[in-house]
Write a protein that binds this ligand. Structure first.
Ligand SMILES: CCCCN1C=C(C(N)=O)CCC1
Length: 354
């Protein structure tokens, strides 16, 4: 059975280990342009030994940003600043990934450290949000404008263009953001989609937006590179999306050429009671992996090397993605290798420290 420091081949890409940097929004950009922060932040974690470094939610259009300070890939001018980052990540022996996103009805909020609240209508930074139905995420969020079928199709075209730009920017791993209550999740969850047309109602109709978007992006993303999707495996609500729904969805994604499902959860209810705890989402990754026979990534409060190694050894997931633990310690992979008595991915510049 594989272990945490076993390479992971997927399509034409091989990760040096089973550890990935989970996409984590940094809200540190002007007009969507990557900058020194992104280079230093992700570069340090590539040098720290991760096998996969996934760049944060990157918006396909300006109104798809969570905040006005998000990074974007809606224009060709944004490609080179991102390419500077992918070149460095590759030079460190890691694989550069990107999470392609649209925040939908959860867009247009302030940065967490500035309150994180929806931006009010009078503010010059305000923009109209969009979604499947006129249902606000919370009492403080604006009511999104219901998308017409024509707008659904033009948004899918923006996702496709984003995939091509990501390829041009040198990314080798694409993650489509279909989780956390953002646009795509809000289509497949019955809590946020009350449409009466082909994009709402039945399971097949609610997952249609995601499956069509996967088809149009897969068509421009090379066969030799992994195409992956982050889902919210459950809404943590009896009337919402469930793990069984996720297993059924994952089987459909697999048949559309998706190579791995990254299993997070929640985000579509502003008042959900989520059982946060170390590894709380690992059972979802395990259920999807076994139920749909597709590789999965586990994410969510993973920080102990031995326990992370167990996730892989027990076949609960193929990758572990770390977020906050890697914010605290960019060289966690090196220290985990030492703890597990495995060869450590130490860059030559750091050798004297280990
Ligand atoms: C339901 C968990 C949501 C955690 N966050 C996810 C983000 C994301 N971009 O997926 C950014 C804000 C925090």
């Amino acid at each position: 059975m594989p272990h945490l420091f076993e390479p992971f081949p997927l399509r034409g890409v091989t990760l040096r280990n089973r550890i990935g940097v989970s996409p984590m929004c940094q809200y540190s950009y002007q007009d969507g342009f990557a900058n020194d922060w992104l280079l230093a932040h992700l570069g340090a974690r590539a040098a720290g030994g991760a096998g996969l470094v996934i760049a944060e939610a990157t918006a396909i259009e300006p109104r798809g940003r969570i905040t006005p300070y998000d990074v974007g890939i809606w224009s060709d001018a944004q490609i080179e600043p991102l390419a500077r980052v992918t070149r460095f990540i590759k030079a460190q022996g890691a694989v550069p990934g990107i999470q392609i996103a649209h925040a939908g009805r959860k867009a247009n909020t302030d940065r967490p450290w500035e309150g994180g609240q929806p931006i009010s209508a009078g503010d010059p930074r305000w923009w109209q949000t969009i979604g499947p139905s006129p249902l606000a995420f919370s009492p403080r969020h604006q009511t999104p404008q219901e998308m017409s079928v024509q707008e659904i199709q033009s948004t899918q075209a923006l996702f496709r263009q984003a995939a091509r730009r990501a390829l041009d920017a040198g990314f080798e791993w694409l993650e489509l953001h279909a989780a956390h209550g953002y646009l795509i999740h809000s289509f497949y969850s019955p809590l946020s989609n009350q449409r009466a047309d082909a994009y709402g109602g039945s399971f097949d109709n609610r997952v249609r937006f995601l499956l069509e978007t996967v088809q149009t992006m897969r068509a421009v993303w090379p066969e030799r590179l992994p195409f992956t999707v982050r889902i919210s495996g459950t809404d943590w609500d009896e009337n919402g999306w469930s793990v069984d729904d996720s297993i059924a969805l994952a089987a459909r994604l697999k048949s559309e050429g998706v190579d791995l499902v990254d299993c997070s959860s929640g985000g579509n209810l502003s008042n959900a009671s989520i059982p946060f705890a170390p590894h709380y989402q690992v059972p979802i990754a395990e259920a999807v992996r076994r139920g749909a026979g597709i590789p999965t990534a586990a994410v969510g409060l993973i920080s102990d090397p031995r326990l992370a190694d167990q996730i892989i050894r027990q076949g609960q997931a193929d990758l572990v993605l770390l977020g906050r633990e890697l914010l605290r310690n960019p060289t966690w992979p090196i220290q985990a290798a030492q703890a597990l008595e495995q060869p450590a991915p130490v860059p030559p510049q750091y050798l004297r420290a280990y």
